[in-house]
Design a protein around this ligand. Sequence first.
Ligand SMILES: Nc1ncnc2c1ncn2[C@@H]1O[C@H](COP(=O)(O)OP(=O)(O)O)[C@@H](O)[C@H]1O
Ligand SMILES: O=c1ccn([C@@H]2O[C@H](COP(=O)(O)O)[C@@H](O)[C@H]2O)c(=O)[nH]1
Length: 235
Amino acid sequence: MAYPSFVVGIAGGTGAGKTTVSRLITQRVDDSVTRIPIDNYYRDLSHLDLEERAEVNYDHPDAFEWPLLREHLETLLSGNSVEMPQYDFEIHNRKEERKTVEPTDVIVLEGILALYDEEINDMLDLRLYVETDADVRILRRIERDVVDRGRDLEGVIDQYLSTVKPMHEQFIEPSKKHADLIIPEGANSMAINLLEEKLRNEVEGEGVRTWEREELERELAGERTADRDATATTE
Ligand SMILES: Nc1ncnc2c1ncn2[C@@H]1O[C@H](COP(=O)(O)OP(=O)(O)O)[C@@H](O)[C@H]1O
Ligand SMILES: O=c1ccn([C@@H]2O[C@H](COP(=O)(O)O)[C@@H](O)[C@H]2O)c(=O)[nH]1
């Protein structure tokens, strides 16, 4: 059983390159990294028919099941596996099946609102925001949604103007203030190489989470001060 020692959050607008960045770093560091797409935690909308589901605002925080995501992250951090839901973008709903996810040294949490929820933010050791111009993002999204997600051009444009763009401005872009680092353009090779190095260090390191390390350092600093005080009084 592994206890994850490092959790990375990767947020950014649709089409920014979050999935590409997280896939690349996950593949490079191999079995020691687990990728959790927040899209898998879109609420189960089986009570609605397909037409109704197509009208839902998927860029508002209320579209996600935050308690389940928090619970799963906490479970993984405590060294236990979870049954992660799977999402089907073509039918705007969760799939029937779930996937068993085992805890690994590093966890990468990725999605438009990865830096939105305060409790989730507290569980992250490194917060990244992938920033790409809106015109590039919409062009990428049109291509992806038509090719991979079964949409037509008119539908992608309507959705972008009615919900995707306004929600980006209201919730996603403002979450950038929580980021430790901004990655321009998505898969830029320098950023990927640096992240790979960082994650390798975490995997090969002592496996102590950042906050625990800070606590340890504070304790050690306190002990050193106490030692100095004791030496001074005996002199
Ligand atoms: N730096 C980049 N240059 C060119 N294309 C990129 C870059 N980063 C990502 N892409 C492409 O942009 C599209 C959207 O990327 P994706 O990672 O799915 O975005 P997101 O997960 O943020 O929605 C994909 O087709 C991907 O291959
Ligand atoms: O059923 C759904 C669920 C989500 N979406 C859109 O997906 C993007 C988030 O995915 P990215 O990979 O980050 O682009 C979000 O903007 C939603 O609008 C959807 O269309 N249908």
